[in-house]
Design a protein around this ligand. Structure first.
Ligand code: NAD
Length: 259
């Protein structure tokens, strides 16, 4: 399919997990990609895999730290310089941080997690919206989490940042609908990516097999989600087919947050 028909899609955290899965999906439907990540090696590898599948694909790589406003300004600027526009933005890079009770949660850790997951999302919207408003069109998906809707525990920084992403999404969605731009958040449950594997190791050590089974036993679907099950929804939201969904938070969690 060429549902994206040459649309330009910008993705942060594109070298792994959900960002990468979304990139694979949208490039297979004709999108031109601008992929942002801190991890240069993984980003190069992602481009290699894409070009093996789609030899004609246009893929711009940008190394940037989303927690730094100047870096965000640069990745948006380089994308516009290269492609002339931004049609879809998957504002996704994030980390989980070290798990701890609130009293033991490091202040530096809190600031680090919020700096990437919340400040980074704000900067991304700030600079991309300037571009989309001039175009009079565009779509944004911000990555929140089940942990941005309900309490999960041991994740002060993560919870604060992801609840913040939900707030930023609703606020900006309400502001920019009038300019033909729709802005939504996704709230994934446990999706099997390197981030969640690290989290399992934190909870149960390297031999986390049983713990992982226990972990998903609370999910109505009794399994982890797959990255492509996120990528598919992001593609729908950014494709233009979902143009009247705005300022919404879409759970993708097997029903976990409605139990
Ligand atoms: P991941 O670790 O597999 O991928 C995240 C990518 O972001 C990595 O390539 C990493 O290098 C990059 N990144 C991290 N910090 C960065 C920074 N400061 N600047 C630029 N790039 C940076 O993780 P994932 O599971 O794909 O997570 C992606 C997003 O989804 C995150 O926001 C995460 O909080 C959210 N999320 C994930 C799950 C899940 O179960 N996997 C659930 C809910 C929400």
């Amino acid at each position: 399919s060429d549902r994206f028909g040459e649309k330009v899609v910008l993705i942060t955290g594109a070298a792994s997990g959900l960002g990468q899965a979304a990139a694979f999906k949208m490039v297979s439907e004709g999108a031109k990609l601008s992929l942002v990540d801190l991890n240069e090696e993984a980003l190069q590898e992602t481009k290699k895999v894409i070009q093996e599948q789609e030899p004609q694909a246009e893929v711009l790589l940008i190394i940037a730290d989303v927690a730094k406003e100047e870096n965000v300004k640069r990745y948006v600027g380089e994308t516009v310089q290269h492609y002339g526009r931004i049609d879809g933005f998957f504002n996704n890079a994030g980390i989980e941080g070290k798990q701890n009770l609130t009293e033991d949660y490091g202040t530096d850790e809190f600031n680090k997690v919020v700096g990437i997951n919340l400040d980074g999302i704000f900067y991304g919207m700030k600079y991309v919206l300037e571009v989309m408003k001039k175009q009079g069109a565009g779509a944004i998906v911000n990555t929140a989490s089940v942990g941005g809707i309900r309490g999960v525990g041991n994740q002060s920084g993560y919870a604060a940042s992801k609840h913040g992403v939900v707030g930023l999404t609703k606020n900006s969605g309400v502001e920019y609908g009038q300019f033909g731009i729709n802005i939504n958040a996704i709230a994934p449950g446990a999706i099997w990516t390197p981030m969640v594997e690290d989290s399992m190791k934190q909870m149960a050590g390297d031999d986390y097999g049983e713990a992982a089974k226990d972990f998903v036993s609370v999910n109505p679907m009794k399994r982890f989600g797959k990255p492509e099950e996120i990528g598919n929804v992001v593609a729908f939201l950014l494709s233009g087919e979902a143009g009247f969904i705005n300022a919404s938070v879409i759970p993708i969690d097997g029903g976990q947050s409605y139990k």
